[in-house]
Design a protein around this ligand. Sequence first.
Ligand SMILES: [Zn+2]
Length: 378
Amino acid sequence: MTHQTDTITLPHGRPGTTRRLTIHRFGTQGARPKAYIQAGLHAGELPGLVVARHLLERLTALDAEGRIKGEVVLVPMANPIGLDQVLLGGHVGRFDLATGVNFNRAFADLADAVSVRLRPGDLGPDASANGRFIQAALANAAQALQPRTEADALRKLLLSHAVDADIVLDLHCDSEAVMHLYTTPACWPLGVADLASRLEAKAVFLADVSGGEPFDEVCSTPWDTLRARHGGPETPVPVGCSAVTVELRGEGDVDDTLAAADAAALIDHLAWRGIIDMPAPLVPDTSDLATPLAGVDRVRAPVAGVALYHVALGDMVTAGRHVATVLDPFTGDRHACHAVSDGIIWSRTQNRYAGPGDILLCVAGREVLVTSGPLLTA
Ligand SMILES: [Zn+2]
């Protein structure tokens, strides 16, 4: 049995209070490949918490059979600060109430910290050796961060355990949505299609940089930066970390059977990656599923009112389709909202009381629509 549990108290808390993070490790520390999986960074997104519980049980059983070949680090409840935030009877798990900052933004991009410390001769002709060297450098850079707040201490702690992993899976969910993933164009062809297929994802969104430093991108994109600055034929820099945000459908999709199936899909993917010693069933090829994040057609309310949807999650629409109406219940005016792209309806906003400019629903278009500014919503 290799399972170890660490419980860490966050520094910088208020007097008389403590918040703790529990981290589970399976396999020999330092064994490769290493996978890091966390759930509940947005603390109110409950599907991931249930999936993580199933993962913990599956990994414990696999460990007892001696099947963990690499290393798996699992953080089943990644945000004890957010779990504790209730305001006027409602839970607030997405934003830090102290600062208004989204818990999945403002992570440290460690590319510069590693880049300035690289010396001639640190990298050589062996891509794999370069990858291990950079992973160690990233881990050291994460350790050197000096957070001043409890929320930043949490960010440092999560990043420190993830940034040297070969695979990072950050479990989230949307408002109302089908299963979908976010990753980078560099990561996508290196195994993320397998994950998408096992999870039966209906959409995958690719962006080199989506803006705001979300967790998955500070694990994956430093490799792109370091490759651009230091990589070359004599010093190849691999895609050292395949990081993916997994959106486990919508906030209301909290279901034990669904969660067990999702956990089984993740375990099969870890087996396919060579981290767990067990056969992984063959799955269909989904390599044509990915679309640009900049191609997402976000259909917005032109005015405030009650949103009436005319399409369901998973529907395929074509450009020009009347997908929603915003009703002004005071005047009776109805404002039609149309898709501008062809594609699948992959998310809808649960709250039907729309403000002007609010996103109502999203279409996974293939043509780029956004050419500047951040690609993620608040
Ligand atoms: Zn989230």
